[in-house]
Design a protein. Structure first.
Length: 210
């Protein structure tokens, strides 16, 4: 039986990158992240500038993380490799920002993007990423996996208007209309505002779920 193992190893070594990626995908689908990463890395040796493999490695490390900061860091480094090869890859930028939030490195990443903007002050992608970092820093408790996957993200102004102005105002007015006779006629208005806020949250949820 022992003589067969070197043959299997040689067969793996001689596999084309497409087959290695396919094997990695199978293991990833089965949540066997370690073997998925092993095959993806072998494929990367054959195609060292294939950004699709970098994405698969980053996603595998993200799936493997479960709060492990080192795995988040590996995933972030792969997204940085993608950005190095494709500076305009917006998806890689967005996922890097999200992982920085998960790994509590938003401050460090903000400094990176400020440095990038100093060298390229008109770059819209860098500006957008800095805006996202600012938003995440304020609202990180509300960020979900849907925010990660969805292309739609409410702007900072929108969140402040709805979450910090509309919602609290409607609740305060509703309580005042119930417990203070001076505001008795405000119940309908406050209830309408609250329903408007609920509709806003429902729309955000449906967009991110789709």
């Amino acid at each position: 039986m022992q003589c067969k193992r070197p043959v299997v190893i040689m067969q793996e070594i001689n596999l084309p990158s497409e087959k290695l990626i396919e094997l990695g995908d199978r293991h990833q689908k089965d949540n066997d992240h370690d073997n998925a990463i092993r095959y993806y890395k072998k494929a990367l040796i054959i195609e060292p500038e294939n950004t699709a493999i970098f994405i698969k490695l980053a996603e595998a490390y993200t799936s493997k993380a479960s709060g492990n900061s080192s795995n988040y860091q590996f995933a972030m480094d792969y997204y940085r490799d993608i950005i190095r090869l494709e500076p305009g890859n917006e998806l890689a930028h967005h996922k890097l920002v999200f992982l920085a939030m998960k790994n509590k490195q938003l401050g460090e990443l903000a400094a990176e993007y400020r440095e990038k903007l100093q060298k390229n002050p008109d770059n819209a992608v860098y500006k957008n990423c800095l805006q996202q970092i600012s938003t995440l820093a304020l609202f990180d408790k509300e960020i979900t996996k849907h925010d990660y996957a969805s292309r739609y993200r409410p702007t900072l102004v929108t969140r402040i208007m709805f979450d910090f102005l509309l919602m609290p105002t409607s609740i305060v007015l509703m309580f005042l209309s119930i417990f203070n006779s001076m505001f008795k006629g405000m119940f309908l208005q406050s209830f309408t505002l609250l329903m408007f806020y609920a509709a806003y949250r429902a729309v955000i949820y449906l967009i991110q779920k789709s």
